[in-house]
Design a binder for this molecule. Sequence first.
Ligand code: NAD
Ligand code: ZN
Length: 670
Amino acid sequence: MLPNEAKNRIDALSAELRQHNYNYYVLAQPTISDFDFDQKLRELADLEKQFPEYIDLESPTQKVGGEVTKEFQTVRHRWPMLSLGNTYNEQELHDFDQRIRKAIGDNFEYVCELKFDGLSMSMTYEQGKLARAVTRGNGVEGDDVTTNVRTIHSVPKKLTSGNYPNFFEIRGEVLMHRKAFERLNNERIESGEIAYANPRNFASGTMKLQDSAEVAKRPLDCFLYFLYTDKPLFKTHWESIQAVKSWGFHVSEHTRLCHSLKEVLDFIAEWELKRFDLSFDIDGIVLKVNNYAQQQELGFTAKVPRWAISYKYKAEQVETILEDVEYNVGRTGAVTPVAHLKPVLLAGTTVKRATLHNANEILRLDLHEGDSVYVEKGGEIIPKIISVNPAKRRPDAPPVSYRTTCPACGTPLERKEGEAAFYCPNDEACPPQIVSRMQHFVSRKAMNIDGLGDETIETLYNRNFIRHISDIYELHNRKPELQQMDRFGEKSILNMLAGIEKSKQMPFEKVLFGLGIRYIGETVARKLVAHFKTLERLKAASLEELTAVDEIGERIAQSLVEYFSDPAHQEELQKLQSQGLQFISEAKEVTLHSDKLSGKTFVISGVFETRSRDELKELIEQNGGKMLSSISAKLNYLVAGDNMGPSKLEKANKLNIPIISDEELLRMIQ
Ligand SMILES: NC(=O)c1ccc[n+]([C@@H]2O[C@H](COP(=O)([O-])OP(=O)(O)OC[C@H]3O[C@@H](n4cnc5c(N)ncnc54)[C@H](O)[C@@H]3O)[C@@H](O)[C@H]2O)c1
Ligand SMILES: [Zn+2]
């Protein structure tokens, strides 16, 4: 390769890899596989070796890939948080082993550990208490996510046993178990929120949330694998992890002390298949030289330690035939393509279907009818098509073209600007949309109607009893007709009607969630109701007023405005109101204790030692003060606790808004 060609390739690869780093670490939505990413990184490293004059200090080969964000306080790491070198083949492990032998001789051991597929976290303990938790960030500085990490049960907030030092840092991997991932991701899909591709992305997306209460609802776990102390306490890594286990930290039981590379390779071979039996994902094995003095002798590069390496498993792949593409219509009208495959054995299960996500994915794959495709099962539950084998394509095979009409009702599909999914807009008459909308409405998490399950909804729909949610509340007028239906006994009818009647008492937030408005999940519904209190006010809210509410973005606001502007929806809501459903939140009436804060406005941010944010809010309102939803020139006071976002702080400072503590607030009303 000519030098100028090499320079161009180096620049192009660097730019591409930077984008992938951003997608992976910041957005938690990677667009290529780890294997492809690592291949490209390898190509860049090789070119840089050949043409060292073009090495840039900012090159992705020289730096840890993540970033710090503006939403959290930035913290500098006392010890840099590095990455790990990695390999996908055995030969390179032999090379690694040889390099080590050359540097420190033959007398050493390896510790083999699982390579947990999550995000790394550094936690500092002072006097036995969790003082700080920081993400890896760019390796030098990370985000302070202490309040989020406090919600993880397996991370001790206070140590109770063991001979631990007054100050130490411990590092590990925060991850989500596959079961929890599946459950929570399904809930997201059901409520029209964007699904995560795998547990790693879900865990990493969760750690970036500003609302720790929401983090607490998503069960995370944390395995610890590095201890850092100012004075050396132990001679080996192995001793240190045994010790931290005795202090109450979660250390994986699948860790092994190996005396030769052969034993390491056995460990790797053993977990190649056994990893699928774990309740969480691992993407490889990490081997670390055990002795600290030897680690020190080996040292670091700018990006990785020289005394450790990871062996990554390639996601398991098989080749099979694409038999058909099926299109499913969801509750919100989104049409999702699913590939039907010739059944094939993959990672221990028979695979018949694979997700295709959306039309872009079909284009990206350049999928043709009857193609021979490579299917991969990484951590994901549903396998996906990675690529096609064009060599096996029939010459006359036409490309798979995305449907242009709804498979259920024939309506032409629509696609919104900037969205990947196609929608069937016929929400008033498209059967699967209507049925699943009503099934969602009666479901446990929404109106929780006893005696009215998914199957009954389907039957009642097919027999023309129900077309709209409001029809459910008219069923009591049609008892004689219901009694005519076979398999529908007197008792189950009474049970159902009683359940329907009772559901009229369900609070407004459940009703709002039950309506199944696109992007309005449980949490969003709760936030909206807490803010607007009544349907009237919610309906009247402008885009701007909606987005001013905590965690309500443009997309959600737009969806609400559209929903309420549809005359059919207005009519339906009116019916439901007259049928007696709840559209006003029964929030506690505020009883005034004083008017000491009258005419003053407040915003509360951060976390407080002694009181919750809600308690502070109540105090403000009881004394005549008013809460605002965001920082603006109109604001009188910002009540700030710990871990307030730096962007809020900056805004308040810019507008010269007094920042007070919770104690100062209490003094104002004494
Ligand atoms: N697909 C993409 O677009 C994309 C983009 C960027 C990075 N990546 C992937 O991420 C990898 C690079 O990420 P990285 O720098 O975080 O490195 P890495 O994930 O390959 O290895 C380092 C990390 O492993 C984790 N780890 C898990 N178990 C461990 C254990 N027992 N001991 C020590 N560490 C353990 C730690 O979090 C550590 O930071 C690449 O190999 C690539 O596959 C993919
Ligand atoms: Zn349709």
